[in-house]
Design a protein around this ligand. Sequence first.
Ligand SMILES: Nc1ncnc2c1ncn2[C@@H]1O[C@H](COP(=O)(O)OP(=O)(O)O)[C@@H](O)[C@H]1O
Ligand SMILES: [Mg+2]
Length: 470
Amino acid sequence: MAALPGVSHPAAATVPIGELSGRVVDVSGLCVTVAGLTSFTAVGDHVRVQTLDGRDVLAEIVAFRQGQALAMTYESIEGIGAGCPVFFALYGQEQRMNAVSGGLAVNESWIGRVVDPMGQPLDGKGPLLPSSNRQKRHAVPPAAADRARLGPRIDLGVKALNLFATCRQGQRLGLFAGSGVGKSTLMGMLARETACDVAVISLVGERGREVREFIEDDLGPEGLARSVLVVATSDSSALMRREAAYGAMAVAEYFRDQGKSVLLLMDSVTRFCQALREIGLSAGEVPATRGYPPSVFAALPRLLERAGPGRRNGQEQAGQMTALFSVLVEGDDQNEPVTDTVRGILDGHVVLDRAIAEAGRYPAINVLQSLSRSVPGCNSEAENELTVRARRLLAQWEDMRDLVRLGAYKAGNDAEADQAVQLGPQLETYLMQKKTEHVPLEDAFAGLAQLLGPGEAGESAAITGTQAVE
Ligand SMILES: Nc1ncnc2c1ncn2[C@@H]1O[C@H](COP(=O)(O)OP(=O)(O)O)[C@@H](O)[C@H]1O
Ligand SMILES: [Mg+2]
């Protein structure tokens, strides 16, 4: 029997104790209907369909209807016709889960590599080192009580984020943006600049050309050298695209559970949801919110909750998975259902703004709409005072920008407004950052303190490198 994809190494190839067969009785849309395996299989099981020209196509059972199993394929459905045999490998009870959920043989040799969701290399750099590890793609998050607390704040290397969405190790942030506003560029910056041991990057449903551009231009060789990329392009099946998210999460969990500080970057959660929508609708679910069936909104928190601190393990320091999930805000509509749900689950959000990008101010982060829920707890009082002042100035400048542009603003009537007109543009310029530039967290605060000068109580003089840790 051919090895199941994702279980290619002999150590994993927990040899099946037998094999059952059924038959394709119907092919429609993205689904094949299989007769004969119903009493032995469950939703989520993998089966192997033999095409008319003798190829093996991996498929997953997504539903049962009228005594027959509905399966979707991981590759193109072409070549499958009524009558094609379908095989289900039987494993012992213990090994069943491994085979079914497709464990990934993650190890250190994956760092610097690009793989598909089944763990097969896509970068032409030769095979990965074998491993007996089987990292479950569909793992469950640790129970809340078993989890370590968030770690100290993490240096993201990007001024606007370090200052206005200060993030702690193990925190999960959403990155909300329309298309072409600079998501990929920012993700590349984070992968290179963030103070972490390993970056795991999940690219879900991007076009092949975009993936290449991301690896070569945004990530660069130094970013790639400490990253693992799990990629399923837009032309791959909905199941593959779904697994690009689950697979990357499994890889990140592996490194986290070794005590490492991991940065997970997922681009994008929206495409993951669209893949789930395709699967759900093909399985016969009813579309509810904007065409998304209810199962999407059940799966989303189960995925996102897996990011975060690792399990507490006695005296040893638990690993941390800090995560940034990008959300494609369709039509720049912030109330779109995926946007809304993700915002509610995560510990903070960063908004990229088209108007800012159009004005050429990159990274196009809208500071006023972005927030991190661990602030102010993770910053010193002087730092909090600084960012509050900066936000107030930026908000006021935002209100007055048009007046100033029209020449309708008269200085001298309101000291605070005058200050906003003077400092607002300087702040905006300060937050601009070239994509190759690294600004450490402490320097970002020091630069802001210098720009704003002493506050009412002269607090900015008290800026130190302290960091509050719970
Ligand atoms: N930090 C930056 N500095 C300069 N230009 C940028 C920056 N970020 C984005 N851009 C410009 O915006 C374009 C789109 O960015 P990209 O990251 O591909 O957006 P998205 O992934 O959101 O579609 C880039 O081709 C580039 O011209
Ligand atoms: Mg992009």
